[in-house]
Design a protein around this ligand. Structure first.
Ligand SMILES: *[C@@H]1O[C@H](CO)[C@@H](O)[C@H](O)[C@H]1NC(C)=O
Ligand SMILES: *[C@@H]1O[C@H](CO)[C@@H](O)[C@H](O)[C@H]1NC(C)=O
Ligand SMILES: *[C@@H]1O[C@H](CO)[C@@H](O)[C@H](O)[C@H]1NC(C)=O
Ligand SMILES: *[C@@H]1O[C@H](CO)[C@@H](O)[C@H](O)[C@H]1NC(C)=O
Ligand SMILES: *[C@@H]1O[C@H](CO)[C@@H](O)[C@H](O)[C@H]1NC(C)=O
Ligand SMILES: *[C@@H]1O[C@H](CO)[C@@H](O)[C@H](O)[C@H]1NC(C)=O
Ligand SMILES: *[C@@H]1O[C@H](CO)[C@@H](O)[C@H](O)[C@H]1NC(C)=O
Ligand SMILES: *[C@@H]1O[C@H](CO)[C@@H](O)[C@H](O)[C@H]1NC(C)=O
Ligand SMILES: *[C@@H]1O[C@H](CO)[C@@H](O)[C@H](O)[C@H]1NC(C)=O
Ligand SMILES: *[C@@H]1O[C@H](CO)[C@@H](O)[C@H](O)[C@H]1NC(C)=O
Ligand SMILES: *[C@@H]1O[C@H](CO)[C@@H](O)[C@H](O)[C@H]1NC(C)=O
Length: 394
């Protein structure tokens, strides 16, 4: 198993990623809840091996009160037994979002992966034992950075070939930095990763509302979105987000709930669903060469109650927004969140999931011509995703 390719992968990792670590005395351990802490000025996060997930993210609000603004559970052990499995804060893999009919073709060969959604009509987030159902290995941990790894065997969930991946989270002042690298070591295979983080910038402590519908969202480069059928499978169309339509977050920022009384919003996130579960495209080609770190954010989310704002910078060319229409008052919130006198559960629309990613199910839409972004083999450079979530307070 320790192939030449693996050692090449490890040395590349060492060159590109581990070099930035300066651990004085080796690995720092998990806390009593099984969580690993990293921090920098103005930001502190807790992470767990299960799905390489973020479980807590603390930012001080406009009144200096520390708020935990992501969803998760109080302890690492609960993630493995939780019957709901909302993909809380993890890395969906090896292929995020849905695969139509649980199949795809590479070089004329049809592959079938294990279905797990809609009466087995499709595969969501890599299958019933996708990456965010497994414990990653902690390969490095310092006070401001943590790296997880996973070895995904050939044939697992029906995918061809072994994939080895490293997920690194690093805190710098007021910023959560993400770097995901994945190597297809033996065969050509689809790879698309993301961070499936759920947000409530009020930490559920806003006395006016337990929802995220008053959060303001801006997607300045997203004039288009992927068209999908009633079970959210892309149907090949790329749709315009017409000016002032419910999907227009590009012409100016608006509240997530601004258009909830508009009839067009019913069905916008699948059959009978009101809200958003949508893959927005990120169009920056007209600007020529750009540095994603300094070019504008692809998304900005803010809340008036805490004043907390996050600006999301990424090299990725799509951005998924889910307004938590399927969340229904069962999932518990953490002891670090909530409001005295209110039930400690997440209400419908109580959160927003934002996923930096590539165009969903492009492996089944060859005319989109994204194979170089989604199909990787042993001869190819690795899959890489980078993002920076930058926080400020208004
Ligand atoms: C190890 O590193 C931690 C975190 O930087 C520090 O608190 C601790 O004192 C160090 N221990 C030793 C023995 O150097
Ligand atoms: C919030 O402010 C307190 C008091 O200044 C400080 O101790 C704490 O580290 C801050 N939290 C974060 C996440 O920066
Ligand atoms: C872990 O967290 C879950 C969810 O919040 C809770 O139900 C459970 O009691 C906790 N277990 C321990 C051992 O703290
Ligand atoms: C993952 O690790 C946690 C904490 O050590 C453990 O409780 C759990 O059983 C593990 N889950 C899986 C799926 O291996
Ligand atoms: C879906 O896959 C099955 C095999 O698993 C195949 O028989 C069927 O034709 C496919 N359907 C579509 C619509 O592609
Ligand atoms: C899924 O597939 C089954 C059987 O192929 C079909 O009857 C059903 O209508 C499909 N759609 C959904 C949403 O379950
Ligand atoms: C694809 O889905 C979109 C959004 O639901 C819809 O407007 C469009 O008519 C569909 N197109 C085809 C060809 O199915
Ligand atoms: C959506 O909300 C925005 C902001 O309030 C408004 O300008 C726009 O007209 C609304 N669109 C629809 C279709 O209701
Ligand atoms: C929350 O949003 C609703 C609908 O857009 C609006 O009526 C209400 O005034 C907003 N509340 C706050 C506190 O901004
Ligand atoms: C959608 O809602 C209608 C009306 O309530 C209902 O008849 C239909 O079965 C629902 N469809 C699905 C797929 O849930
Ligand atoms: C935020 O608060 C300011 C000042 O109270 C108000 O003018 C503005 O409309 C609010 N924005 C939102 C999105 O609620």
């Amino acid at each position: 198993m320790l192939s030449f390719k693996l050692s090449a992968a490890v040395s590349l990792l060492a060159a590109t990623t581990l070099a930035q670590y300066d651990a004085p005395n080796g690995t720092l351990g998990p806390d009593e809840n099984g969580k690993y802490e990293i921090s920098a000025e103005g930001i502190r996060g807790l992470f767990i091996p299960y799905g390489a997930s973020i479980s807590n993210l603390f930012i001080n609000d406009t009144n200096g009160i520390e708020r935990d603004i992501v969803l998760g559970y109080d302890n690492a052990s609960y993630y493995s037994v939780d019957p709901i499995h909302p993909h809380f804060g993890g890395v969906p893999g090896r292929y995020a979002n849905r695969i139509k009919n649980s199949s795809f073709v590479i070089d004329g060969v049809e592959y079938h992966v294990v279905p797990n959604e809609n009466n087995n009509n499709d595969t969501l987030h890599g299958g019933p034992d996708g990456w965010d159902w497994r414990n990653f290995t902690v390969v490095a941990h310092t006070t401001d950075s943590i790296t997880f790894s996973i070895v995904d065997p050939d044939g697992k969930e029906g995918f061809p070939g072994e994939v080895i991946s490293y997920i690194t989270y690093t805190m710098t002042p007021h910023t959560w930095n993400l770097k995901m690298v994945a190597f297809a070591t033996t065969k050509k295979t689809p790879i698309m990763l993301s961070s499936h983080t759920y947000w409530n910038l009020d930490a559920f402590a806003n006395p006016d509302t337990p929802t995220a519908l008053n959060h303001t969202l801006s997607l300045p480069y997203s004039g288009q979105r992927v068209g999908a059928d009633g079970i959210l499978i892309p149907n090949g169309t790329i749709l315009p987000n017409e000016l002032y339509s419910v999907n227009d977050f590009w012409s100016s920022p608006k509240q997530l709930g601004a258009n909830f009384s508009a009839p067009e919003l019913l069905g916008n996130c699948g059959t009978n669903c009101t809200g958003y579960d949508t893959c927005y495209l990120v169009n920056r080609a007209q600007y020529g060469d750009y540095d994603w770190r300094t070019f504008g954010p692809v998304a900005t989310l803010s809340s008036n109650f805490t004043g907390i704002q996050v600006d999301i910078f990424t090299d990725q060319e799509a951005f998924q927004v889910y307004s938590c229409g399927g969340v229904n008052g069962v999932t518990p919130i953490k002891s670090t969140q909530g409001l005295e006198g209110r039930e400690n559960v997440v209400q419908q629309y109580g959160c927003i999931v934002m996923e930096v990613e590539d165009w969903i199910d492009a492996i089944n839409q060859p005319e989109w011509q994204r194979n170089n972004k989604q199909i990787y083999g042993p001869e190819d450079p690795p899959y890489v995703l980078e993002a920076a979530y930058v926080f400020s307070v208004n």
